[in-house]
Write a protein that binds this ligand. Sequence first.
Ligand code: ADP
Length: 411
Amino acid sequence: MEPTVNSGLAKSQKFLNTSNWVVHLVRILVKAGLVVALFVGQTTYFLPLTLHIILSEILDQIFLIFSKKNETVKKLSKIVYPINSVLVINAVAYFANWIENDFYLIYLVHISSASVGYGYRTGIFSSALSVASYSLLLLHGGSEIEYFLRLPLLSILVLRQLLSQFKFEKTDQYLKEILGIEKSKQDFIALASHNLRTPVAAIYGYIEILLRGDFGKLNDRQSVFVDRIRNNNQELEKLTEQLLQISIFEVGKANNLFKQAAQVEVILEEIIEKLRVLAEDKKITLDYQRNSLMLPLIQMDVEKMQSVLVNLIENAIKYTDKGGIKVMVNQEDNWVVISISDTGIGIPTSDLPKLFNKFYRSGNVLIYNKSGIGLGLYIGKQVVELHGGKMAVDSVEGKGSTFRVYLPVAK
Ligand code: ADP
């Protein structure tokens, strides 16, 4: 299935949740590492420092749990986490005499990377606190200048991290705005197409009344015009249905297929009988060749598959002005293959890869004389794929096209 905006959003949210979880796990591991390092270093204050580390972690965890439920706690955690972490490392640095220890530096960089879990603003706050506390402790201990020189390095590392976090958060914000617009567009299409159904049906009703002669018999000229109204209403109905289908796909509801075992060759026969008049009007042929043997049954949503096949055959008729259309159905291994060939305008090779995209119409100049908005093939491909099948096309511009639908044979 082609990814929709909604499925993309769900995936990105899932990924973000996973990556946050990883960030918190890493933080616990770093704290555990701190305890191990204190133990190995045989510090006098091992027990109180370990207790401080554990308590600070418990505090962070409490904030984490409650910040999921409460916005104020969430905001508070962005201040509490940096202070809490900087206090822990400075207590360790001071009491275990670690000010010039590399582990202290690594831990400070780690605190500064808080931006990944808490946002870039917290990252800036943590970094400022880290740099300030490191400088104060170095000053207090009267350290050599080389230790102060570590500060710019630390800052560069942290700045790079903060910058990419800033970019990420801005992109995420814009993405959400775009998704909001996309959602309103989807809602609009769903509402508009749904509401258009009623007037379209009403127009059909009035046309029938006129044609039945309830208000007097129509003369030939009037009948021609009423007929045109009916044809245009048919176009409008098709467009409305396609838009409705699209909105159903976008919200992922199309996966609800009402499948039943069906005989494709019989369905095709009915469709061809209905569409024959269109081919006759254009004085082109419409042939149907089916295997004399019964083909295996296919599990399908008959109504949805019918509209896919109708669209393919209607397209073949629409885009063919001389010659004709040949519809065939056969079995190839575990597939029932329906092929629809025409001797029409064909499709430029460069357009073929984009043909099944939403709203795509070939750049073929002749196409602009024909009605349509480029949704039929897109919907068709989605429906066929939902049935476990596939759709393919071969075409030579100016010579004709062959569309093939492969449907898996029911096991
Ligand atoms: P529509 O026909 O409403 O434009 P479709 O999604 O059914 O939308 O088809 C998309 C495009 O594919 C068409 O606009 C046309 O460019 C091309 N196409 C489809 N079927 C044929 C065909 N049988 N012959 C030539 N071009 C075709």
